[in-house]
Ligand binder design. Structure first.
Ligand code: PLP
Length: 410
């Protein structure tokens, strides 16, 4: 495989036109769409219009005239097909952490007799932190147990009150078998909340078909919603009626503008809202999702496989003696949308790559991550990134960064 072959693959790529939907800085190879998705071309002008016209001129009437009031729901409905859900099962609100709290609190409150809350060791820690906080809040009623990845789903049994799992591991990119684990949990009578932050917009998901009842996820990674964009809650239609919100606010009320003294939850997915939605950010999320128009998740998966296999192969061929150990599963079905390598100097290498305009990131303690966003990454980008990495290692340029103090954001 040479660079010309990569160019050929890009010319034949059915998703090639999607790159035009984004504003990407010249000369930058962007492998961090798993941390912050790229800026869709349509976003900036529309947000400016929203501010100047809808807010500036329309003022409060824009809640209805510009559909601000319905944006949390309509944006959820736009996300639904990307995750294999139906309209009315997804709503956009708050952050992923807060949504995890909202669902977990409600499910724990309903739990009877079981003590154990199971989280995954080494998982993205916000999930564990939220569960830890809740266990404290419920006093002596529950214990938090951390299970190793290899013990899942076995560690989830008839003693388990609740589990929350992340579909794709943020360090290694390893992907759980969501259908199989969900079936196991349900057979044990255990509600499971899935965190889709690293999978929505990255890998095909079939939440309805896999029997998933509860999920949360963020929109600023592969869904390109922008920094701090609000997250979403998914709840299967069959689970909505029994759900009693644990965090209650006026946006979840059955008759919001009736201003009743007591809370009565909406009967729809709106019961997962709490307060006023962040309209500016929600609108940006709409444009992020629109970048998937006309694209199937299977098409994304095909390109993802091709790009990831290429990177794995190039690093194996060109950097064989440089100390990189593949942390991501080789089988496409077992991994998400990133390729990670362990390296003793992963942080210094990540800094050296960024100095060459190859934007990757580092995850403690030793992970160099390449996020692969198939909507805008090309095969030549993978080639050029591997080439830059080979030059950095050959010239020992990473050594200049060994003593760098870690940045507050890596
Ligand atoms: C990025 C990410 C989050 C983000 O949580 P916020 O509360 O929205 O900041 C949560 N969970 C996982 C697994 C993530 O990767």
């Amino acid at each position: 495989m040479d660079r010309a072959a990569c160019e050929r693959l890009d010319r034949e790529c059915p998703l090639a036109h999607c790159r035009e939907r984004f504003t990407l800085p010249d000369g930058v190879l962007y492998f961090d769409g798993n941390s912050l998705g790229a800026l869709p071309k349509a976003t900036a002008a529309d947000i400016e219009r929203l501010i100047r016209t809808e807010w500036g001129q329309g003022l409060v009437e824009s809640w209805l005239d510009a559909d601000w009031f319905f944006l949390a729901r309509s944006t959820g409905d736009a996300i639904a097909p990307l995750i294999g859900a139906s309209a009315g099962e997804v709503i956009v609100a708050d952050s992923t952490s807060v949504n995890m709290f909202k669902l977990a609190a409600a499910l724990l409150r309903r739990s009877e007799g079981r003590r154990r809350v199971v989280a995954e060791r080494g998982n993205f820690p916000t999930v564990t932190y939220v569960l830890e906080g809740l266990v404290g809040l419920f006093g002596e009623r529950f214990d938090l147990a951390l299970a190793d990845t290899a013990q899942i789903p076995g560690a989830i049994d008839e003693r388990t009150a609740l589990t929350a799992l992340t579909h794709v591991n943020f360090r290694t990119g390893a992907m759980h078998d969501m259908a199989r684990i969900t079936a196991h949990c349900h057979a044990q009578g255990v509600p499971v909340i899935w965190d889709l932050s690293h999978s929505a917009g990255a890998v095909p998901l079939a939440l309805n078909r896999w029997g998933v009842e509860y999920a949360v996820g963020c929109t600023y990674k592969f869904l390109n919603g922008g920094p701090g964009a609000p997250a979403y809650v998914y709840m299967a239609e069959s689970a909505i009626a029994a759900h009693e919100p644990a965090v209650t606010g006026w946006f979840a009320h059955a008759d919001q503008f009736g201003f009743e003294d007591r809370f009565r939850p909406a009967e729809t997915i709106e019961k997962c809202l709490v307060g006023t939605p962040p309209v500016l950010s929600l609108r940006a999320v709409r444009h992020g999702i629109a970048c998937f128009d006309g694209v199937t998740m299977e098409g994304i998966a095909d390109k993802l496989r091709s790009l990831s296999d290429l990177l794995i192969r190039l690093v194996a061929e060109r950097l064989a003696d440089c100390g990189f150990v593949l942390a991501t599963p080789r089988q496409p079905a077992a991994r998400g949308s990133q390729v990670s390598f362990r390296h003793p100097h992963a942080y210094a290498v990540s800094k050296a790559l960024r100095a060459e305009n190859v934007v990757v990131d580092f995850r403690s303690p030793d992970i160099l991550r390449f996020g692969i966003a198939p909507l805008y990454i090309r095969h030549v980008d993978v080639w050029d990134a591997a080439d830059a990495l080979a030059r950095i290692m050959a010239g020992e340029r990473w050594k200049a960064h060994v003593t760098d103090a870690p940045d507050p954001v890596t």
